[in-house]
Design a protein around this ligand. Structure first.
Ligand code: ZN
Length: 397
C-alpha cells in the first residue's frame, strides 16, 4: 500500500498535472510570440529576453523590483463612497468593482508603499492597470493624495508609476475632479522642495496623462509604453490622417520632448536612485544592494497565491494582444469616447482633445528638473480635506 500511495499516486498526479503546465509555466511574449519559461521571465523582470518587450507587471512585482531587498511597507489608503452615481451600463458598477477586487486582491487601482531605495527613504505609488484598466476614480485619487501626503509628512521623495486607461467613467464628474485634486498635491510637493518622479508605464492615457503623470520633475518612460491623452485610433478618426510610425510610444515622445528619458526596466532602480540622490543632494548610503524576491509583510503563502494568479493572467494577455492595437488601447479609447459622450457634451470633448497636442511644448517646459524653486507659478492653496471636496462638488455642475 505504501508503494501505491507514496510512489504511484504522486507519479500519476504529476503525469495528469502536465496537461495544465503549458498555461502556467510558459509565458508567451505578446510582441514576438516567443515562449519563455516563467522562472526566466520573472528573473528578467518580465522583459522579453529576445525582443526586449516590457510586459505589464503587478504592483507587487514592481515594488519588489524597486526597493532594497524587495522589502516595503504598504500604506493603508482611505475608503471612498462606493458608486455614488448608481451607475449601470451592461453591468452594475458595484458588480464590476466586486469582480475586479476578487480578481486582483486589491481594493482599487492604487498601491502605495514606503521603503528604502539604495538606502534612501521614498514613497512609491503604483497604478495597477490590472484593476479596471488602472482607471482614475475617487479611490485612486485618494490613493495618490495619501501617498503624496505621506511623502510630505516624512519629507521624502515621491515616485509614481502610472498606468491607466483614463478616468473611471462610472464615477463621471467625480473621477474628473481627481485631476485638479492630484495636481494640487504635486504642487505641494514642489513647494516643499521634494522630488516627484514619474515613471510612465504601458499604457498611460486619458485623464492621468492630463494631470499628475505629466507634472513630474523628471519623466521616465518604459520602452515601448503607450503614452497619450486620446488613443491613436480616436486621433486618426478625428484628424483623418495617417499617424507617424511609433506615434505615442515612449521613444517617439522622447524625440519630441515629452519625456526626459526612456529607461530599460533592468536599469530603472539604479536610474531612480541616481536621480533622487541628485535632486535631494545626498550620497547613496547603499551602493550595490540588489532588489530581492518579493518579500513583504503579506507573507509567503499569499505570495504564492499571487504568483499563480499572475501566471494565469499572462498567457491570456498574450493571446489577446495579437494585433499591435492591444485591448488596452481599445479600452482606453472606448473609455475616452464613452466618457466624452456621457460626461461632457461633444463640443467640450473636441476642445479637450485639441489643445492637448498643441500644449505639448508647454508641458515639456514644466517638466524640467529645476522646477523645485519655481516661484513664478500661481500658487494653488492646498485643499485636500472633506470641506474642500464639498466646495468643489458644489461648484462643478
Ligand atoms: Zn519578445
Amino acid at each position: 500500500m505504501n508503494w501505491l500511495s507514496d510512489f504511484a499516486r504522486p507519479k500519476l498526479k504529476a503525469l495528469l498535472g502536465d496537461r495544465n503546465t503549458p498555461d502556467n509555466l510558459w509565458v508567451k511574449c505578446p510582441n514576438c510570440g516567443e515562449m519563455i519559461f516563467h522562472r526566466d521571465i520573472e528573473a528578467a523582470h518580465h522583459v522579453c529576453p529576445s525582443c526586449s518587450h516590457h510586459m505589464r507587471i503587478s504592483p507587487e512585482q514592481r515594488l519588489a523590483m524597486i526597493f532594497d531587498e524587495g522589502k516595503y511597507e504598504v500604506l493603508e489608503l482611505p475608503e471612498v463612497p462606493v458608486d455614488p452615481l448608481k451607475f449601470k451600463d451592461e453591468k452594475k458598477y458595484t458588480d464590476r468593482l466586486k469582480e475586479a477586487r476578487n480578481k486582483s486582491q486589491h481594493r482599487d487601482a492604487m498601491v502605495a508603499s514606503v521603503g528604502k531605495l539604495k538606502g534612501l527613504d521614498v514613497v512609491a505609488l503604483v497604478q495597477n492597470f490590472g484593476f479596471m484598466g488602472g482607471s482614475l476614480g475617487m479611490a485612486a485619487g485618494e490613493g495618490f493624495i495619501k501617498a503624496a501626503e505621506t511623502a510630505l509628512e516624512r519629507k521624502v521623495p515621491f515616485i509614481a508609476f502610472t498606468a491607466a486607461g483614463g478616468a473611471r467613467m462610472q464615477e463621471g464628474i467625480l473621477s474628473l475632479m481627481q485631476m485638479p485634486r492630484t495636481t494640487i498635491l504635486v504642487e505641494m510637493l514642489k513647494e516643499a522642495g521634494l522630488p516627484y518622479v514619474v515613471v510612465l508605464t504601458d499604457p498611460t492615457t486619458g485623464g492621468v496623462t492630463a494631470s499628475y503623470a505629466m507634472l513630474g520633475d523628471v519623466h521616465i518612460a518604459e520602452p515601448g509604453a503607450l503614452i497619450g491623452f486620446a488613443g491613436p485610433r480616436v486621433i486618426k478618426q478625428t484628424i483623418r490622417e495617417d499617424l507617424p510610425e511609433g506615434f505615442q510610444r515612449a521613444e517617439y515622445l522622447l524625440d519630441h520632448g515629452m519625456v526626459d528619458m526612456v529607461v530599460n526596466r533592468h536599469d530603472l532602480r539604479d536610474t531612480l536612485a541616481r536621480i533622487i540622490s541628485l535632486l535631494m543632494n545626498v550620497e547613496l548610503a547603499v551602493q550595490d544592494s540588489k532588489p530581492g524576491a518579493p518579500i513583504t509583510e503579506l507573507g509567503e503563502e499569499k505570495e504564492d497565491d499571487k504568483i499563480t494568479v499572475i501566471e494565469e493572467a499572462e498567457p491570456k494577455q498574450a493571446d489577446r494582444a495579437e494585433e499591435e492595437a492591444s485591448d488596452a488601447e481599445q479600452n482606453s479609447e472606448e473609455e475616452e469616447i464613452k466618457l466624452a459622450a456621457s460626461v461632457m457634451n461633444s463640443d467640450d470633448a473636441a476642445t479637450v482633445t485639441e489643445p492637448q497636442s498643441g500644449d505639448a511644448p508647454e508641458i515639456q517646459l514644466k517638466a524640467e528638473p529645476e522646477v523645485k524653486s519655481d516661484a513664478s507659478k500661481p500658487k494653488i492653496k492646498p485643499l485636500p480635506t472633506i470641506e474642500q471636496r464639498g466646495e468643489l462638488a458644489g461648484q462643478t455642475p
